[in-house]
Design a protein around this ligand. Structure first.
Ligand code: CTP
Length: 367
């Protein structure tokens, strides 16, 4: 049997980027031969094995045959006579379809190295179209390598546009889409991911609310700003949707099956942003500020409030962030314990806390 290093590790190695995971392809072997050598098979009908010592993944060379639509209609065909070239042919991009022999020499039937040097993301073959997830992956690689000067070649853009036009994206389940979106939000230039999808006409399907140009541009700007900082997935996602009305953003976050923290923060960012847009030039009324603090549950969720303010600082309402931050800090200083000691109980205690918070907010926000 022959063993080759493949995929991302070869690509990143040639780019001089630290290699995270190494994937291997084995040619000329059967599952029995692998287990005999001590490899452990993972997945029942998928010919992938774990190395007994390193735990790295070794896949038997395979080709894929498509039978139905979208992600479900594949049959994986693997046999000792499947060649390395056949295996590489079914991969997405030429820069991901290079292999290295054990002595480090390159096997590059689809000119991935030339594309790497020309900073081009290019599909390997028409088989690219067998997997609609690759549209999202390609947009994600564009986002990752944008700072290095990579772009998607026009032929690949055209192929992806055709796939989208024939409805391929609709066959992706929300979980897989979210997984790619979540990864994309943490690539080097997350905004590029959405820009590419916008250009391809994919946003009409994935996030129709963002197909509106003005909201999209505002979302991208906010995303660019927040992703230049050390920020969470929730903050980045909320920034992207920050120009939408809360009900629309909330429904989208839910439909995309984003995790609860993403949905919560998105809702809050849009609610605050909608509220602030009504006060764009003027001062914020202290009662309304206290009410918003209550809605954001500032008292029990101070870290989330910090995240909220950082996201708002990336929207057109940033001038309100400093005053809100000062007011919040001041209102958080109210100690229910102290008021309890002063003899307040029940509803009176609640009123006293509220009054004290309001007094402090009013003082903090006075010109
Ligand atoms: N691949 C593919 N089509 C997909 C998923 C994966 O062709 N839908 C191929 C590519 O050749 C890719 C390899 O499988 O290089 C490994 O996939 P994965 O680990 O997801 O990506 P990497 O290229 O290793 O990138 P990353 O740095 O994000 O791990």
């Amino acid at each position: 049997m022959e063993i080759y290093l493949v995929g991302g590790a070869v690509r990143d190695g040639r780019l001089g980027i630290p290699v995270k995971d190494r994937d291997w392809v084995v040619v000329g072997a059967t599952p029995e031969a692998m287990t005999k050598k001590g490899y452990r098979q993972v997945g029942a009908d998928f010919p992938v094995f774990l190395h007994p010592k390193t735990g790295e993944e070794y896949a038997l060379a395979r080709t894929e045959r498509k039978q139905g639509h979208g992600y479900h209609g594949f049959t994986v065909y693997s046999a000792p006579d499947v060649t390395l070239e056949e295996d590489l042919l079914r991969r997405d991009l030429t820069i991901n379809a290079m292999a290295e022999r054990e002595d480090g020499t390159l096997v590059d039937p689809f000119n991935g190295l030339a594309d790497l040097e020309q900073k081009t993301l290019r599909h390997v073959s028409e088989a690219f179209a067998e997997d609609p997830l690759r549209i999202l992956r390609t947009a994600r690689f564009a986002a990752r390598f944008h700072p290095l000067g990579f772009t998607i070649c026009p032929d690949t853009m055209a192929l992806m546009r055709n796939m989208i036009r024939s409805g391929e994206l609709e066959h992706l389940v929300p979980e897989r889409v979210w997984q790619e979106v979540q990864r994309a939000l943490h690539e080097k230039s997350p905004a590029i991911f959405f820009q590419v999808l916008h250009e391809l006409g994919a946003l009409n399907i994935l996030t129709p609310e963002l197909a509106d140009t003005e909201r999209f541009e505002a979302g991208l700007q906010a995303l660019q700003c927040i992703s230049a900082q050390n920020s969470t997935t929730a903050q980045r996602f909320a920034a992207l949707l920050s120009a939408l009305p809360e009900p629309e953003a909330s429904a989208r976050a839910k439909a995309m099956k984003s995790p609860n923290d993403c949905r919560d923060l998105t809702r809050l960012v849009c609610r605050f942003s909608g509220w602030l847009s009504k006060h764009n030039s003027g001062a914020l009324p202290p009662e309304a500020v206290l009410d918003m603090f209550d809605q954001a549950d500032l008292w029990r969720r101070p870290e989330r409030f910090e995240q909220l303010l950082a996201s708002l600082a990336c929207t057109p309402h940033q001038q309100h962030v400093k005053p809100l931050s000062i007011a919040a800090e001041s209102a958080q200083g109210v100690s229910p314990q102290d008021l309890l000691k002063q003899g307040f109980k029940g509803k009176e205690l609640g009123d006293a806390i509220r009054n004290e918070r309001l007094t402090r907010i009013t003082r903090a926000m006075a010109p």
